[in-house]
Design a protein around this ligand. Structure first.
Ligand code: XMP
Length: 327
């Protein structure tokens, strides 16, 4: 049987009881697979990798080594929060790697979305290999792959960093305990594992991070505009009761400029695109009906506070015909 195919008999995990059953089963499977070896985990701070971390901590305790790679494509404040939650609050074995320049240098001038994903994925693996070599007896690589990643990779829609682009000399065996779960099930499991609500109900964030939202070839200035506009959007959604209600919301910065006017002078700056969608499993999605007054307020904040931006647009497209991300 192909172990990347969800069996038809597998019940959807919707209750704490079903989550407990899943957790118990996984603990057994993980212990049998890992034995007394060590596992290196790519801990992004998102729901998926956080749930995998919590599962692995339950199953193999200190044999888990979490690595948080700052690839420069994370949201504002995110690396700091990962350190606070996992190192300070959960007492996890956490290694923080600042790889910002390394990733951005590799991505310079690369505009094709799938090539960008592959570069980010391959570089990730290289960073992990380097960390693994510094440690002893690392045999396994833990990953927060979920079922939609597998389905879409199989369809050839896109290559996800966590299932594609592994170098041939890779010497890790993969540990992917939530790979047959949909996002909603991962959250139920995370809650049952005792993870804090702000982690369990956090909106999903793609592995390639802001890299697929800074359209075309990534530049540091547009990346900064993206990070700042995303922070404003998140702040305003939180203030206005939309955090936890809207499934995923973020900004996008395209690689073209338009004419505008500021202080009586002509500007030639980037637009910021806002995307806010609801979905159950990310396979289809609808657009959130954000109050117009709030969109206007966010627009005035972004154009006033983010250097290099003179317009804000709202994406009205459901999935299909658009995907959730723009690349
Ligand atoms: P799309 O754009 O395919 O996104 O409608 C569906 C969900 O998947 C996330 N996404 C990714 N996650 N690596 C990831 O780990 C990726 O390359 C990737 N691309 C999209 C997206 O944010 C949405 O939640």
């Amino acid at each position: 049987m192909d172990n990347n195919v969800r069996p038809e008999t597998m019940e959807r995990i919707t209750t704490p009881e079903l989550a407990r059953k899943f957790i118990e089963e996984q603990i057994g499977i993980l212990r049998a697979q890992i034995g007394d070896k060590k596992v290196l985990l790519a801990l992004s701070g998102g729901v998926d990798s956080s749930v995998v971390a919590a599962l692995l901590i339950k199953a193999v305790g200190k044999q888990l080594v979490c690595v948080h790679v700052n690839h420069g494509l994370l949201r504002k404040g995110e690396p700091e929060q990962v350190i606070e939650v996992f190192r300070n609050q959960m007492d996890a074995n956490l290694i923080y790697v600042d790889a910002v320049d390394r990733f951005l240098d590799k991505l310079a001038g690369v505009s094709d979305p799938e090539t960008k994903r592959k570069i980010i994925g391959a570089e990730f693996i290289r960073v992990f290999e380097e960390e693994a070599r510094k440690l002893e007896d690392i045999r396994f690589l833990g990953q927060g792959t979920i079922y939609p990643d597998i389905l879409e990779s199989a369809d050839g829609i896109k290559a996800h960093h966590n299932v594609g682009g592994l170098p041939e000399d890779l010497d890790f065996e993969l540990v992917e305990p939530v790979k047959l779960l949909y996002k909603d099930e991962v959250r139920v499991v995370g809650k049952e594992l005792g993870l804090p609500d702000n982690m369990v109900y956090r909106q999903p964030f793609p592995g390639p991070g802001l890299g697929v939202r800074c359209l075309g070839a990534i530049t540091r200035d547009r990346l900064e505009a993206l990070r700042e506009s995303d922070a404003i959007l998140r702040e305003e959604f939180a203030k206005n009761g939309l955090q936890g209600k809207v499934w995923q919301y973020f900004t996008i910065v395209p690689d073209f400029k338009s004419t505008g006017i500021r202080d009586g002078k002509r500007t030639f700056d980037w637009p910021v695109i806002i995307r806010a969608v609801n979905t159950r499993d990310a396979v289809t999605a609808t657009v959130e009906d954000v109050p117009f007054a709030l969109l206007q307020h966010i627009t005035s904040r972004i154009t006033a506070e983010v250097p290099g931006v003179n317009r804000v647009l709202y994406d009205l497209t459901p999935k299909p015909s658009g995907t959730i991300e723009w690349e």
